[in-house]
Write a protein that binds this ligand. Structure first.
Ligand code: PBG
Length: 338
């Protein structure tokens, strides 16, 4: 045998990938449970958990079960939840008036959670879609069919005050109306809620990936149905500059945390906002992102855990400080080996 073939290479990057230990030293991105926010779906009454068909492992829970779930999350190192009420159809109206009921389901849930677990960080969505019969995030003008901006913002600001009173740490306007961050900040401050934060859904795209969520909160037909068109307020999926402008406006209006949603298909937007703002950045790995990984895993086409972890890590790598994900609990469980 002649001399072994050997390339004359000044650099061999593979030296740093030789074994697990060396790869560990060179790790650039990590995700631990403290970065995760678990979305929770709440229903009224002391009921058994109700499965959400299009989101395997996700349930709708009554208030006391929600408290138990949150306690378990804290034990796993997840200290934050985002609440989404799933309302009985009879409480929905064209104008979503239940959103301003001081005894609404979500407000009762917030009070119960804060009482049981004062250290839990609570985020609550501010938008009308759980409360409206049509499923839009705001008031719909009967004549034009358009979602009306300013009248919607007026209601959202009131809704934010009610949530702050109930004890949420952050209100999370998810409606994409113009000027809502400034109006909500002013309303909160005007009522002395200077410590209540705002997580702004700044770059929320009109996405097909919200389908299973709308199923979960009962805000539209069912999974697989054509998505409700929210294109008159949510961003067009191809628009990058517009997303950056929305983020800049929310920051100027007083947002504490910015958010990009969905996450997986918008990693470039996460990166750009990370590079152009000094605020903490959240990303929402939405229901459809969760459902597609589960569906493929059920068919034996993907490894659930590996695909889950990779999808979450990619969102961190793109620049998200915190991630809302339906995988949060399962990730934390595997992370801590419990
Ligand atoms: C609506 C809202 C949506 C989600 C969170 N808040 C859906 C929508 O805009 O229709 C989606 C979350 C998910 O898909 O997991 N205010």
């Amino acid at each position: 045998m002649g001399k072994q073939f050997q390339l004359d290479l000044p650099r061999r990057p593979r030296r740093l990938r030789r074994n697990k230990q060396i790869r560990g030293l060179c790790t650039e991105t990590e995700l631990s449970p403290q970065h995760l926010i678990q979305p929770l779906f709440v229903v009224d009454g002391e009921v058994e958990d109700v499965a959400v068909e299009s989101m395997p492992g996700v349930v709708r829970q009554g208030i006391s079960r929600c408290c138990e779930t949150a306690r378990g999350l804290i034990d796993l190192g997840i200290c934050s939840v985002a609440l989404f009420p799933s309302l009985d159809q009879s409480l929905k109206a064209d104008n979503g008036r239940e959103a301003l009921n001081p005894e609404s389901l979500v407000l009762r849930t917030v009070r119960a959670l804060k009482k049981a677990l004062p250290e839990l960080v609570i985020f609550a969505d501010i938008a009308l879609d759980p409360y409206t019969t049509h499923g839009h995030d705001g008031l719909v003008d009967r004549v034009s069919g358009q979602v009306v901006n300013d009248a919607t913002v007026e209601i959202l600001a009131e809704m934010a005050i009610l949530h702050a009173e109930a004890g949420v740490d952050f209100v999370a306007p998810s409606d994409m109306m113009d000027g809502r961050i400034g109006a909500i900040r002013e309303a909160l401050d005007g009522h002395g809620f200077t410590e209540t934060g705002i997580l702004a859904y700044s770059a929320k795209f009109a996405s097909a990936f919200y389908g299973p969520f709308r199923d979960a909160v009962g805000s539209a037909k069912g999974a697989g149905a054509p998505p409700l068109d929210k294109g008159a307020y949510q961003l067009a999926p191809g628009n990058r500059r517009e997303a950056l402008m929305e983020a800049a406006l929310d920051e100027a209006e007083g947002a504490d945390i910015l958010m990009v949603k969905p996450a997986g298909a918008y990693l470039d937007i996460i990166r750009e906002i990370r590079d152009t703002s000094l605020l903490p950045l959240a990303a929402y790995q939405v229901s459809g992102e969760y459902a597609q990984i589960h569906a493929a895993a059920q068919l034996g086409w993907l490894d659930l855990r590996a695909a889950r972890d990779e999808s979450l890590l990619a969102i961190r790598r793109a620049g998200a400080d915190m991630i809302l994900s339906y995988f949060a609990e399962a990730y934390a469980r595997d992370y801590s080996g419990i």
